[in-house]
Design a protein around this ligand. Structure first.
Ligand code: SF4
Length: 378
């Protein structure tokens, strides 16, 4: 059996950040209570179906899960632990926003069983945080990291964002240094992308938001790899870096095309080659779960070509790339026959490499990963 993870979505935030296209909604304390009840019902609904399976990762994402009272988080986690088989070393992650979490909360959730925390830092600069519409300040970043360590979180990740308007490589370097100085075990460093249906998209359309030029962004990306590698972090995915032994198992399961059960509004699942997607809007999700026990809005069985394309797309994001033998065994095809015409020009341009029967992006290919991956999906 392949590895299996659970994702639980908490869709509320103190404020909707201008760049955010996640399924997140302004805090609504009254609705959140009903939402938790619906989530518990959905957990009950799926438990019997997975009674023979063991889960090795559990991830509370959002939104901002730590916006909920620690008792509610404890309650939800307790229900999952009671009804699903979690491996003895199950990685149990919670995403946290520095403005939403107190020492007491951190201590409570750590003793409830969360053993990994992912903190949305994004920037160490007051102006950048303001621009991103984050609700926390620089001081709260430091206190949250210190408090999480004090509460016993010895697996701690932070998210950072580069390529912000007017951000210089020098400024980004200083953020990386500040991050490294706090010694998180894992760092996710993403470039700001402007997604449709965000307020940043509208600003960009009106000519009021300009991202740094591509060569500047490339310099920042290179700086990220070099600074973090020299500080002892391994780049194991385009945007993810870990100290030895601290790669995110939740993320790896996803990139390795592992199966996962998604619970909560808008959550996706991938089970038995089928993709399921829940209703996005919390109020509609709640109603649907109350009447049916689940809230699946759409299902999709990937055809062979799409399944192969997706395996390439996810696998190439990882620095170790794709094991050709595994791919051929899984899909019962010759890799060269399917992708020969795509591979040859990419090899000539030195965008991909083949070593030990694995295909991976070269350093040059990493910088333009999206366009290289697109060639396999055409
Ligand atoms: S805190 Fe995260 S999930 Fe919430 S609005 Fe901001 S970016 Fe989106």
């Amino acid at each position: 059996m392949s590895s299996l993870g659970i994702y639980l979505h908490i869709p509320y935030c103190l404020h909707k950040c201008g760049y955010c296209d996640f399924n997140s909604h302004p805090e609504n304390t009254e609705e959140a209570q009903t939402y938790i009840s619906a989530l518990l019902l959905e957990i009950d609904h799926y438990a019997h179906r997975f009674s023979e399976r063991t889960f090795s990762t559990l991830f509370f994402g959002g939104g901002t899960p730590t916006i909920l009272p620690p008792e509610s988080l404890d309650n939800i986690l307790g229900r999952v632990k009671n009804l699903f088989n979690l491996s003895s070393d199950c990685e149990i992650t919670i995403e946290a926003n520095p403005a939403t979490i107190k020492q007491k909360t951190l201590t409570q959730i750590r003793s409830a069983g969360f053993n990994r925390i992912s903190i949305g830092v994004q920037s160490f600069d007051a102006d950048e945080l303001k621009f991103l519409e984050r609700v926390h300040n620089e001081k709260e970043i430091y206190t949250t990291i210190d408090r999480a360590r004090l509460a016993g979180f010895d697996n701690l990740s932070i998210d950072l964002m580069f390529g912000l308007p007017n951000q210089s490589p020098k400024k980004w370097r200083s953020h990386l240094r500040q991050a490294v100085a706090k010694a998180p075990n894992h760092i996710s460093a993403y470039s700001l992308t402007i997604e449709p249906a965000t307020s940043f998209f509208k600003l960009q359309e009106r000519g009021r938001l300009h991202l740094p030029a591509e060569d500047i962004q490339l310099e920042m990306f290179q700086e990220t790899i070099e600074t973090l590698q020299s500080a002892g972090y391994e780049q194991y995915e385009i945007s993810n870096y870990a100290q030895p032994g601290f790669k995110s198992r939740h993320n790896l399961n996803y990139w390795d095309n592992g199966e996962y059960l998604g619970l909560g509004a808008g959550a996706s699942s991938y089970i038995n080659g089928e993709r399921y997607k829940n209703i996005n809007l919390p109020a509609r999700y709640i109603r649907e779960v109350q009447s049916k026990g689940s809230a699946v809005e759409s299902t999709e069985k990937l055809d062979l070509l799409h399944a192969m394309g997706e395996t390439i797309m996810l696998g190439l994001r990882c620095i170790k790339g794709i094991a050709i033998e595994d791919f051929e065994n899984r899909f019962q095809v010759s890799f060269k026959t399917v992708y020969g015409k795509v591979i040859d020009p990419l090899l000539k341009e030195e965008l991909i490499t083949f070593n030990n029967n694995r295909m991976a992006l070269s350093r040059k290919g990493l910088y333009i990963a999206d366009s290289v991956i697109l060639k396999f999906l055409a």
